[in-house]
Design a protein around this ligand. Sequence first.
Ligand code: FES
Length: 113
Amino acid sequence: MPTPEQLTAVMEPYAHHVLVCTGGYCSTDRRGRSLYSLLAQLLQREGLLFGPRRVKRSEAPCLGVCAGGPIVAVYPAGLWYAGVTPELLERIVVEHLRDGREVPEGVFHRLGG
Ligand code: FES
């Protein structure tokens, strides 16, 4: 049996990567945890879990902001959202990730800006 080091790393194509902070400093009640679960449901509903339009999702214990959460980052657009509610997350999935129209509400930082 091959060791992990002997295996070849492989990545299926994807269109976006969404990072969700599930830590307790930006959102003391850790609302990022339920957002992360909701994200999976929304991506599945919109057909964005597989194929070339696939959206990768990752949870992180901290994204280095630590205030005004929950914090969500969308790449490669490099948009960082604060205070993300379930309603805003649904708009991000439908309008940005599915339809290609960025959602400006909640954006507090843009990569390179
Ligand atoms: S705990 Fe969420 S950004 Fe640090």
